[in-house]
Design a protein around this ligand. Structure first.
Ligand SMILES: *[C@@H]1O[C@H](CO)[C@@H](O)[C@H](O)[C@H]1NC(C)=O
Length: 493
């Protein structure tokens, strides 16, 4: 949708603007469009306590129920209680690998719809490359799905033989795009937008938020490929921050990091692969980092039989290492990377190509508890161990995959004041935005009606993003019924 063409009376205040059109924003748009979850009359929930709580007021939708009460006593793999609740209602017992039917029934009730606008840089679903690789690869396919459209069914229609329960990032992105059109949410989405400022507007008769930005549009003149950027400015009662945290790749901050052979995203590796730059005869690829994206890069390079050096700060037995937290059975390939990291450690006399210590992992060498000291123009990287010993390695490429930061430059001081620790930049793992766990309201906001969800509040798995959508939709819908009651009362008196 073009914001410029959108019929808006000057001074019109939109009920809700959502910044970010990834899975969080899409899921919230679905719920704000009138799709409402109820406990299905025939269904039961495997957790008897939750089932009995839900059955107390079966005529009420989940949005109207007391989420805090329903969440009490539930446990799961997210620290966010509403995320655990919603996950257990959408995919009961999925931690045990069971494929139970959800006890929820989604009813389309247009009278409940709350007008809203979803702003995103690329097409809905986030461009596949704009999403965190690990977030996708880590999840079983059904964990990625949004309410009301089974990913499995959709995938079965798309490809004949589904080999495993994982979907590729491209498939997931295409599923999200299909979801938006299938659920007729498209008219709420404005793509190609960059938000440059969100601020509180206290001067008008109704205090609200002002969202300012640019929308990219194809040039009007045919044959002129230069896209135009058209400014927009909107007013909103509520703003939802759903941008994710993967805008800006983290950097090591060492000498030579800007050299052309040093990359900071998985997709640069993919591009190098598709240009045919890597093969068994190239110098090794240096992968820096011990997260899942780094593991994906190791797997991708090995797939081409390109030799790999793998340097990371932690020890292989560190309990904070993600590999020590993943169930081995569910993630065999990551388990394999962890095994390689453990078994194929660098020893001073060894060379990964000429002197392979174990035939199964030929061409891989790990440098645990090492940091990069510098990258040199001759493609030599200087590594240093915890004990201060330095090793120089010659590489074809270096991939620094050590996480990413959100770009919240549109907020005052890049949103720092909204974090749990207001002195630090916002990040998913270290310093998420501080929100009320049952409403996702931003606690340190300049005014009422600011919400945050997804990785910005520390939620790293798509599986659990939907909890934020439930919390926000529920809070907005309760606020609306309160306003309607007040209006009814004032009309009567
Ligand atoms: C952050 O986003 C703004 C646009 O809102 C852009 O101008 C800026 O370059 C981005 N910063 C980084 C480091 O990418």
């Amino acid at each position: 949708m073009d914001l410029q063409d959108k019929e808006m009376t000057p001074g019109e205040i939109l009920p809700v603007v959502i910044i970010g059109n990834g899975p969080s924003g899409i899921c919230l748009s679905y719920m704000l469009s009138g799709y409402t979850p109820y406990l299905s009359p025939e269904a039961g929930h495997p957790n008897p306590l939750l089932h009995s709580k839900l059955s107390e007021q079966p005529h009420l939708s989940l949005l109207e129920q007391d989420l805090e009460y329903l969440c009490e006593g539930l446990e799961g793999r997210s620290s966010n209680p509403v995320a655990v609740l919603f996950d257990s209602l959408l995919l009961p017992d999925s931690d045990f690998g069971l494929d139970r039917v959800s006890p929820l029934e989604w009813r389309y009730e247009p009278s409940r719809a709350i007008p809203h606008l979803v702003l995103g840089k690329g097409p809905p679903g986030g461009a596949w490359h704009a999403m965190e690789g690990s977030m996708l690869t880590l999840s079983l396919a059904n964990w990625m799905e949004l309410p009301g459209l089974k990913l499995k069914d959709w995938m079965r229609d798309k490809r004949r033989n589904v080999r495993n329960d994982r979907a590729t990032p491209a498939e997931i992105a295409s599923y999200y795009q299909h979801y938006v059109s299938q659920m007729s949410l498209g008219q709420n989405f404005a793509c190609g937008t960059t938000v440059t400022s969100v601020s509180r507007e206290e001067s008008g008769s109704t205090p609200c938020w002002r969202v300012v930005g640019l929308q990219r549009r194809e040039a009007e003149v045919p044959g002129d490929p230069v896209p135009e950027e058209v400014p927009f400015s909107l007013l909103a009662h509520s703003v939802v921050l759903a941008t994710g945290t993967h805008d800006i790749p983290a950097r090591l901050g060492v000498e030579g990091e800007a050299l052309p052979f040093v990359c900071h995203s998985f997709w640069e590796l993919e591009a190098a692969i598709s240009r045919g730059e890597l093969d068994p005869s190239s110098d090794p690829v240096l992968v820096v980092g011990a997260g899942l994206t780094a593991a994906d890069a190791v797997l991708a390079a090995r797939h081409l039989n390109a030799p790999v050096y793998h340097a990371f700060r932690r020890s292989v037995t560190d309990p904070d290492l993600i590999f020590n937290q993943l169930p081995k059975l569910l993630y065999p390939e990551y388990h394999k990377v962890h095994q390689m990291m453990t078994q194929q450690q660098n020893h001073p006399t060894q060379n990964p190509r000429s002197d392979p210590p174990s035939p199964s992992y030929t061409g891989y060498l790990s440098f645990p508890r090492h940091r990069v000291v510098a990258f040199q123009p001759d493609r030599v990287c200087l590594l240093e161990s915890d004990s201060g010993k330095r090793t120089a390695v010659r590489v074809s490429k270096a991939l620094v995959l050590i996480g990413a930061h959100p770009n919240l430059s549109f907020l005052h001081d890049a949103g720092r004041s909204l974090g749990i620790n207001p002195d630090e930049p916002i990040s998913c793992r270290r310093n998420p935005v501080d929100v009320d766990p049952f409403t996702n309201r931003v606690l340190a906001a300049d005014g009422p009606g600011l919400y945050a969800m997804g990785p910005l509040v520390g939620e790293n798995f798509v599986r659990f993003l939907k909890g934020g959508a439930l919390a926000i939709a529920s809070d907005l819908s309760k606020g609306r019924s309160r306003r309607h009651e007040q209006m009814d009362q004032s009309e009567r008196s």
